[in-house]
Ligand binder design. Structure first.
Ligand code: ZN
Length: 490
């Protein structure tokens, strides 16, 4: 057997463990009774350990050192495995174990501190977490900014300088546009809140995601407190959604996760169960969830087609005209909580987090002074100030888990969604006319051909270049938002 075949065999075993971990995790977030938590944590720890040992074993390292790829795809596969292996072996096991242990403690403390609005008690542990992440960055290596090493784990090739340039470009225009919309006065969307029937919401959201192209023969939708998408092969991709008093929670949650899901379902079957299958990075993944949620799902064309169906399922909404409904689902309002933010203010929340992460890592800001820095930035960018730290710097789980360098990928997704849509619109004529007729196939077809079918074959930066003819450019995002919201509000 060639070294390449040996490597493929070993990686298939790694993938099997990954699938078992993902399945246990999916079950934990959807159906597992609370009593299962302790045993589940033990099972996940044991499987993760086995996975790490197998992946970093001498057998894998030998096979990859000697493998002779014979095609472009095989070369790409080797590149992807090598990068993953590099990340997995650069961090000493002792450091990984120490971080895992601190994460468990920090998570508990964060939950308590958030509910008690007590940042001071959490601050020393958070400081330790930032210190561990700094150690991690030193092991991973970087040339320019310490942030680069951390963010590269989530978005290959991205640097603090990239993120800074991205936020610099959008900061001014976005803050201005939000202010101008604020001056138009509040929008009352209370009619979108109610006790909506769950079975009807489930049926309606399944109808939507089927229409846009999510394949239920190769996936399903369940409910989870925090919606997510996962999967273990191109033939089995799982979506989750949630039912809340705001009817948009289920609708836009489902469309968002279906965007992730269709990207995963679009990998070539021949690459299934290899490291080439699946979305290439967090930022590019988010560009697809945002495309289907916001550009398609929050468009007037989409609702000109689906509003009658929605009103049939929920007659309480029967009095709304298309224009009214369209404005309500695109309500802009600066708020304190990122996960509830609208399309327009969302990136401002991310920018606050990015700036704070950079300042703490480069020791310009002490962790204990984080609340004041946070509140001042909210005031500056969003015009509102959190009344408590629970509504401020304690709201997100990421830092307690040591996920530092992760947040900017959300904004990258928002920005890329418009850039990719612009490229798509050059080939697919009048995409919104097609949407208004319920015809999503040309849109999904373009994304499938130019993006989903490429899996992880190209690096994220190469893929953006191939798809759009340039590197990430916030221009399309700014123009798109400007056009959309001026039409709605002015
Ligand atoms: Zn997402």
């Amino acid at each position: 057997m060639s070294h390449f075949e040996t490597l493929k065999g070993l990686m298939a075993d790694v993938q099997a463990l990954d699938s078992a971990i993902a399945l246990l995790d999916w079950d934990q977030q959807t159906y597992m009774p609370r009593g299962g938590a302790e045993a589940r944590a033990n099972h996940l720890e044991a499987l993760s350990k086995m996975r790490h040992e197998l992946f970093t074993s001498e057998a894998v390292q030998n096979a990859i050192a000697n493998a002779r790829p014979e095609s472009e795809d095989e070369q790409a596969l080797i590149r992807v495995i090598r990068r993953d292996l590099d990340l997995a072996t650069k961090l000493p096991t002792e450091l990984v174990a120490r971080k895992t242990k601190l994460s468990a403690v920090a998570h508990e403390e964060w939950v308590r501190a958030r509910s008690a609005n007590d940042f001071a008690s959490f601050s020393p542990t958070l400081e330790k977490m930032f210190d561990i992440c700094k150690e991690e960055a030193e092991c991973l290596g970087y040339t320019d900014h310490i942030y680069d090493a951390l963010t590269d784990q989530y978005e290959e090739g991205a640097t603090a300088a990239d993120w800074r340039a991205m936020f610099e470009a959008i900061k001014g225009p976005q803050v201005e546009l939000v202010k101008a919309i604020q001056e138009r006065g509040p929008v009352d969307d209370s009619c979108l809140y109610g006790e909506w029937d769950r079975a009807k919401q489930s049926a309606f959201t399944e109808k939507l995601v089927t229409a846009i192209g999510f394949d239920f023969n190769r996936g399903r939708q369940d409910t989870a407190p925090h919606p997510f998408c996962t999967g273990w092969s191109v033939g089995d991709i799982r979506l989750t959604t949630r039912y809340k008093p705001y009817i948009g929670s289920a609708i836009f949650g489902s469309l968002h996760e279906a965007g992730h899901g269709m990207y995963e379902q679009g990998s070539p079957a021949a690459w299934d169960l290899t490291s080439l299958a699946g979305g290439v990075s967090l930022g590019l993944h988010e560009s697809q969830s945002r495309t289907w949620e916001n550009i398609v799902g929050r468009s007037k064309a989409f609702w000109s087609y689906f509003l009658p169906d929605l009103q049939k399922s929920f007659p309480e909404l029967g009095q709304l005209t298309l224009d009214e409904f369209y404005k309500l689902i695109n309500k802009v309002e600066p708020s304190l909580i990122r996960v509830e933010a609208d399309e327009l203010t969302y990136n401002l929340h991310v920018m606050v987090r990015f700036e704070i992460e950079c300042d703490v890592l480069s020791e310009k800001l002490a962790v204990k002074d984080m609340p004041e820095a946070w509140n001042a930035k909210y005031e500056q960018y969003l015009g509102i100030r959190p009344g408590t730290d629970s509504e401020g710097c304690l709201q997100d789980v990421h830092w307690s888990m040591g996920s530092i360098g992760y947040f900017p990928t959300y904004s990258m997704g928002n920005i890329l969604s418009y850039q990719i849509w612009n490229a798509l619109s050059r080939d697919v004529k009048d995409p919104f006319d097609k949407i208004a007729n319920g015809d999503f196939a040309p849109i999904l077809g373009w994304l499938q051909e130019n993006m989903y079918s490429k899996g992880k074959k190209y690096t994220p930066k190469e893929l953006v270049q191939r798809m759009t003819g340039e590197s990430i450019n916030p221009k399309y995002y700014l123009e798109g938002l400007e056009a959309k919201y001026r039409e709605i509000y002015f």
